[in-house]
Design a protein around this ligand. Structure first.
Ligand code: CP
Length: 358
């Protein structure tokens, strides 16, 4: 069954097609008002959400379908100890497509291996958030008219910011992308993304510690919230929470057509005064998310008609994932599985959370 767990589950052609469909939905909404009639989407949210859950729900309603689900785990049988695998099997009996957000990395992947309907990852721990990336890509495309030949700066929590990880991966498949990483050392981009995505794809990048220094060359500035819920201690968060705050004075040297994105919610990293700036596109970005989710729901429901289950990658089971945020850390009966990523170095990655092992 075709699912979307990471952004690379979609080819560049498929992403470009989704963008075209989203633009057609924007231009001709009535054309799509009935296409999911009789279909149900289930939202399985084990972590809080405003935009992702409600835009998925709005998307399904605007396609003429219906929605069931839960918005926090305590109102589901997960609170009694039911596994992600069992929950997914059960929800497959009630809905035509599942959307899952989970605090454990790899949980939506486990769901996709057990569900008999398509599964969409709506954010798993600090790992991936592919539909946010679809919203980001449509926004960049509508602002800049292209997804190639841009310089993009990512600012804030690049360690736990799953939206950054997914967007860097997506843009690695377009040409002429220059990346500027703006983060405190403690929140730097994980090594596996620097090495396996930026360096492996020969993408020019630099790491800087000053937002003011980076801004003049940027076509896109992608601000992020510090992911407080993923910090080991509150003290660590308190030390870093004011590291980068975008205020109007910092935009004086920015390009006149730079676009400012943020997956939202924001805390204090973009001052409210910036909202008046015509370069602020984060509220449009949230709306674009609904259109891209409409396009994705239609695509996956269409693909589900052939009923084929995707083959599992060849893997080994004698390695153990040591990431405490991995779904294998809590679901004890889940078999650890690793796939080969670098034959020369003998490096493997956990199929759930991408943690490396040798
Ligand atoms: N951008 C995003 O994922 O927002 P929510 O957490 O509100 O869904």
């Amino acid at each position: 069954m075709r699912s979307v767990i990471g952004i690379n589950d979609l080819s560049v052609q498929e992403i470009d097609d989704l963008i075209s469909t989203a633009k057609d939905i924007i231009a001709n909404p009535a054309k799509y008002s009935d296409v999911c009639k009789g279909k149900k989407l289930a939202t399985l949210f084990f972590e809080p959400s405003t935009r992702t859950r409600l835009s998925f729900e709005a998307a399904m309603y605007e396609l003429g379908g219906n929605v069931i689900g839960f918005s926090e785990p305590n109102s589901s049988s997960a609170s009694k100890g039911e596994s992600v695998a069992d929950t997914s099997k059960i929800l497959s009996c009630y809905a035509d497509i599942l959307v899952m957000r989970h605090y454990k990395e790899g949980a939506p992947y486990v769901a996709s291996r057990n569900a008999t309907v398509p599964v969409i990852n709506a954010g798993d721990g600090g790992h991936n958030h592919p539909t946010q990336t679809l919203a980001d890509l449509l926004t960049i495309n509508r602002c800049k008219g292209k997804l190639s030949d841009i310089t993009i700066g990512y600012c804030g929590d690049l360690k736990y910011g799953r939206t950054v990880h997914s967007l860097i991966s997506a843009l690695s498949r377009y040409t002429g992308i220059k990346t500027v990483l703006i983060a405190p050392d403690k929140l730097a981009l994980p090594g596996y993304i620097r090495k396996d995505v930026l360096e492996k794809n020969c993408m020019p990048y630099k790491q800087v510690s000053s937002l003011e220094e980076a801004i003049p060359e940027l076509d896109v500035l992608y601000m992020t919230r510090l992911q407080r819920e993923r910090f080991a201690t509150d003290d660590e968060y308190e030390c870093l929470k004011n590291s980068f705050i975008l205020t109007p004075d910092k935009l004086v040297d920015a390009k006149k057509d730079m676009c400012i994105l943020h997956p939202l919610p924001r805390v204090n990293e973009i001052s409210v005064a910036v909202d008046e700036d015509q370069r602020a596109k984060y509220f449009e970005q949230a709306l674009n998310g609904k259109y891209m989710r409409m396009a994705l729901i239609m695509k996956l429901l269409e693909a589900a008609k052939d009923g084929n289950k995707e083959a599992e990658l060849e893997h080994r089971t004698d390695l153990v994932c040591d990431n405490p945020r991995c779904i294998t850390a809590t679901e004890q009966e889940l078999q650890h599985k690793f796939v080969l990523t670098d034959e020369e170095r003998g490096t493997y990655r956990c199929i759930y959370c991408d943690t490396k092992a040798r």
